[in-house]
Design a protein around this ligand. Structure first.
Ligand SMILES: Nc1ncnc2c1ncn2[C@@H]1O[C@H](COP(=O)(O)OP(=O)(O)OP(=O)(O)O)[C@@H](O)[C@H]1O
Length: 280
């Protein structure tokens, strides 16, 4: 669907069931040698909202996700989740601060069961971490039961509760996507980063994914930052949209306004000599 013709979302009030804080991206820049992949980008994900980050190929969307999760260092700027400056904590602590991330290329262990994959996301919440569970230290058994129950509950919520003891690799692609989101939700995040959740899906799977993303916002009350090329999905569910182009912020507004923005239309449609065209 074209960026300009997708149907805007009906206004829906953000839920507030957890202690959800704003994610503030303040003037961040990321550099790869001579390439400025992000150039002083700012935007705020308001608590309990679905916020889409869109832009043509190479605009800097994945770089932004990787900066938030500390995979890439910032050249400058700040990323605040509530009072916590994410840039000042080690990468492995990001999940425990409340940031969950589901990946475009699924981050599942195919041969492990669904429940074990989701439990992998859970270890960031445990005192002894993965190792004490791996060696089955006695003090971990009771808490493992509790965490497994919660992991199963999350799988039920995502509609994959019937597959708990099947190897993840045996599930359909759509169900594997759900398990990957369950793994991200297992850290009990206050913000969930979703990287192209509808990639590779047909129209009915995409509609189900839209529903699921709405449910996560409305029923869990957490914020969602979404990178997605399917403009039908984005304009249908996002409360707010930030548009990047060549590493710069081009627009930041409600979907209906972004769709009419001439700069955004130009970035997506390109000019006659622009090779970056894509059909969102
Ligand atoms: N690890 C890296 N090393 C060098 N350059 C990189 C690296 N990651 C991204 N880039 C460059 O940074 C720019 C932004 O890339 P990025 O992957 O963030 O764009 P994107 O908006 O996610 O694109 P797409 O929609 O195609 O995934 C591009 O010029 C890209 O080539």
């Amino acid at each position: 669907m074209d960026a300009v013709t997708a149907t805007p979302a009906a206004a829906s009030p953000p839920a507030a069931t957890r202690n959800v804080k704003p994610l503030q991206i303040e003037d961040i820049s990321v550099r790869f040698g001579g390439i400025l992949a992000l150039d002083s980008v700012s935007f705020t994900v308001a608590p309990g909202t679905i916020h889409a980050l869109i832009g043509p190929n190479g605009a800097g969307k994945s770089t932004c996700f990787n900066a938030i999760t500390r995979i890439y260092p910032l050249a400058s700027g700040r990323i605040l989740l509530g009072d916590n400056d994410l840039a000042s904590v080690p990468g492995h602590r990001i999940a425990s601060l409340g940031v969950g991330r589901a990946f475009q290329n699924l981050a599942l262990v195919d041969s492990a069961t669904v429940i074990d994959n989701v439990m992998l996301g859970r270890y960031s919440l445990t005192k002894g971490g993965f190792l004490s569970y791996a060696v089955r230290a006695p003090w971990t058994m009771k808490s493992e039961r509790r965490h497994a129950d919660r992991a199963a509950e999350i799988c039920d919520f995502l509609g994959v509760g019937q597959h708990l003891h099947r190897p993840a690799g045996m599930l359909s692609y759509g169900d594997q996507k759900r398990v990957d989101i369950a793994r991200a939700l297992a850290v009990e995040p206050t913000i969930l980063l979703l990287d192209e959740p509808a990639a590779g899906m047909n129209a009915s799977e995409t509609a189900e994914m839209s529903e699921l993303i709405r449910d996560i916002r409305d029923e869990l009350g957490i914020s969602i930052l979404l990178v997605e090329h399917d403009m039908g999905l984005v304009m249908g569910i996002a409360d707010r949209v930030t548009v990047l182009d060549f590493g710069r912020r081009l627009a930041d507004d409600v979907p209906a306004a972004v769709q009419k923005d001439p700069e955004v239309i130009r970035a997506y449609l390109g000019s006659d000599d622009d090779e970056r065209q894509e059909t969102p």
